[in-house]
Design a protein around this ligand. Structure first.
Ligand SMILES: [Zn+2]
Length: 318
């Protein structure tokens, strides 16, 4: 077990290197140095506009800590809402709904993590949204509501669980492979509204703790699910999505996603099997139709791959 310790304040050079990785488009200001009293990091952009970040903000997640509280976010909403969210596919008369698949993975993983003594929060436990809202506002309201739950729970680690899909063509012959998104890669148009928030999140030290776990998750999921890490679709994929994210290494990507930005602490967004992959479709359609308490073997494989990655974080002997 690693004890909590008081970390050193990183140097401006170290912080510049962290920012260069997490902000590859260089849309945010860069560190210039600390204030005379050492209480603030001073940053400036190319136009000389200055920003200050408190020393406390830089240290938030640099303390090594035992992972005791894990938040699981089953991505999207399920049931009838899957169509309005555009997260549903029809296969041989059956429907594949991403939100329903993600919930089943989360429920199975929750049971396994509770057995190890982790405290677990699920951001939803049914196919229904947390609030009723007009369809056009539903996705935004849902993200806000889940951010509030995460803020209140204060997890040591957050996993947002998803199934992948590509809209390049309806059905594809080859899986996209396993993808893990970490927070990063802000876009120029996101900066005016999120500037302070982005800087705090990027320099809070959570990336250094999320990256090794992300690598383990890619490895365990690839092995359990028999899928490759996402690599070869990358160029096609990034081009089609307007370079809204970037790759760090096979399977690991950066993107400024709401759940990654708002989770207090290290956070991963995991993309499992590809829903519009011909070889997956029959199993995933059947998985949606199964009762919550009797998950399909493909769901169990996904959850067990995550469990294998998370179990060593527990105090409890595995
Ligand atoms: Zn998704």
């Amino acid at each position: 077990m690693e004890e909590e310790f008081e970390p050193d304040v990183p140097s401006p050079d170290q912080l510049s290197a962290e920012l260069a990785t997490l902000d590859p488009l260089a849309v945010l200001p860069r560190p210039r140095g600390f204030s005379a009293d050492g209480a603030h990091l001073c940053l400036a952009d190319a136009d000389g506009i200055e920003t200050e970040l408190s020393r406390a903000s830089l240290l938030t997640h640099r303390r090594r800590k035992c992972i005791k509280k894990i938040a699981l976010d089953p991505g999207h909403i399920g049931g009838a809402h899957a169509r309005s969210e555009d997260r549903s596919w029809s296969w041989s008369g059956q429907e594949i709904r991403e939100g329903d698949l993600n919930l089943r993975v989360a429920l199975h993983l929750e049971r396994r993590l509770l057995d190890l003594g982790f405290e677990v929060l699920l951001t939803r436990r049914s196919a229904e949204p947390l609030f009723t809202a007009p369809p056009q506002d539903l996705a935004t309201r849902e993200l806000e509501a889940r951010a509030g739950l995460l803020e209140a729970f204060r997890p040591d680690l957050t996993l947002s669980l998803h199934h992948n899909a590509t809209d390049l063509c309806p059905w594809i012959e080859k899986s996209l492979g396993i993808m893990v998104f970490l927070f990063g890669h802000p876009l120029p148009e996101e900066v005016p509204l999120q500037r302070e928030e982005l800087l705090h999140r990027m320099l809070d030290g959570s990336h250094a703790r999320a990256l090794p776990l992300g690598r383990t998750v890619v490895a365990t999921l690839c092995r359990r699910l028999g899928l490759p890490p996402c690599t070869d679709h990358l160029h096609r994929f990034t081009a089609a999505t307007g370079r809204r994210f970037s790759a760090l290494e096979p399977g690991i990507f950066l993107r400024n996603l709401s759940v990654l930005r708002h989770a207090p602490g290290p956070a991963l967004l995991v993309e499992g099997p590809t829903m519009n992959h011909c070889a997956e479709a029959a199993a995933l359609a059947e998985a949606c139709a199964r009762p919550l308490e009797d998950p399909h073997p493909r769901i169990v494989q996904y959850a067990e791959g995550l469990y294998e990655a998370l179990a060593p974080l527990s105090d409890t002997p595995a």
